[in-house]
Design a protein around this ligand. Sequence first.
Ligand SMILES: NC(=O)c1ccc[n+]([C@@H]2O[C@H](COP(=O)([O-])OP(=O)(O)OC[C@H]3O[C@@H](n4cnc5c(N)ncnc54)[C@H](OP(=O)(O)O)[C@@H]3O)[C@@H](O)[C@H]2O)c1
Length: 334
Amino acid sequence: MKRYQVIKPGGLDKLCITNTEIPEPNAGEVLVRWRASSLNYHDYMVILGHIPSEDGRIPMSDGAGEVVAVGAGVTKWNTGDKVVSLFFPDWLEGKPSLSKTLGVTGDSIDGCAVEYACVNAQALTAMPNNYSFEQAATLPCAALTAWRALIVEGNLQAGDSVLVQGTGGMSMFALQIAKAAGAYVYATSSSEEKMERLKAMGADEVLNYRTDENWGITLAKRSGGIDHVLDIGADATLDHSLNAVAVGGNVTLIGVLGGLTAKLMVPKTFGKQVHMNGIAVGSREMQEKMITAINTNHIVPVIDKSFGFDNLKEAFEHQASGAHFGKIVLNYEK
Ligand SMILES: NC(=O)c1ccc[n+]([C@@H]2O[C@H](COP(=O)([O-])OP(=O)(O)OC[C@H]3O[C@@H](n4cnc5c(N)ncnc54)[C@H](OP(=O)(O)O)[C@@H]3O)[C@@H](O)[C@H]2O)c1
C-alpha cells in the first residue's frame, strides 16, 4: 500500500510516496481503508516543517474511508462502516486538556495520507448520510472548527449576525452553518468573482477586504456591530475584527493567514466588552453533534477541486495560490 511521508526538514519536495505492508488491527483498533482526505493550512505547515513533527510522519489530519477489518473487543464498528477521522483522537468529550490534545492526526501522530491504517476504534465518527468520501473528508478540521466557534462556544441564535472572512474551507462551512441556524451573514473576499459566489451561497452582505482598507469600520457602520466574528488572519484581520464586532460580541481567534502575531489595541477589547476566545478544532462529541446537524440540514460541503492521491504536492500548490473557493480534496481512487 502507498503512503505519504514528510522527510525532514520538510518542504513540498520532501513529501514522498513510499510503499509498506497493510497492517493488522490490534485489540481495540479497526483497519480503515482511507478513500479521501482534504487539505488544511495546518497540514501545509506540517509538510513545510513549520510545525515540527517526526521524520517520516504521515501527514493529513482529515480522512474518510471504510472499516475493512475489526480488532478484538471492538463492538462499535463493523466492516463496511463508513467513518471519518478525528483531528484530536484522544479528545473524545468534555473540555480540552493537555493530555486530550497532545495527539494530533497528521502532526504528532501519523495521519490519513495512507491507503490503510489501524485506528483506535474510539477515534472515529460515522460519516454523514449520503455523503461521498470526498465530502466527508472535508469535515474533521475545517467544518468542526466553524461548528465549534459558532454553535458550541458562540451559542449562536437565530437572528444573530456573523462575519466570515475569506473564502477558504473553514469560512465556507461557517457561512453554511450560520445560515442554517438563521443568522445574518457578512462575508469578505479579495475577489469580486468570489463575492458573487458568496452571495449565491446565501451571504446577506459581502465586502472586498482588499479594496476597502477600513473594512472593519465599514462593516460596523453597516451592521451596528456584528455578534460573531471568526478571525482567520491575525495581524491582517484582528484590528478589523475588533472594529466590526458588536459591544458584548464574540471574536473567535482561529487562523494565522496574516502572520503568527497581531498588534492589539487593548482598549477596543474591554471598551466593547468583547469575548475573545482562541479555539483549536474540537472533540469527538462535537463532531458527532455536527454530523447530526449536517444530516438534518443537508449541508453539502463546497469542494473547489479534487486531486488524485499521487498529486498532493500539486494540491498544496493550488491551495497556496489562494485561487480556491472552499475545500480542496484528495481522492485516493483517482
Ligand atoms: N484554530 C483552528 O482550529 C483552525 C481550524 C481550521 C483552520 N484554521 C486556520 O484558519 C485559517 C483559514 O483556514 P482554511 O483552511 O479555511 O484556509 P484556506 O482554505 O487556505 O483559506 C484561504 C482563504 O482565506 C482568505 N485569506 C487569505 N489571506 C487572508 C488575509 N490576509 N486576510 C483575509 N483573508 C485572507 C482568502 O480568501 P479570498 O480568496 O476570498 O480573499 C484565501 O483564499 C488558517 O490560518 C488555518 O490555519 C484554524
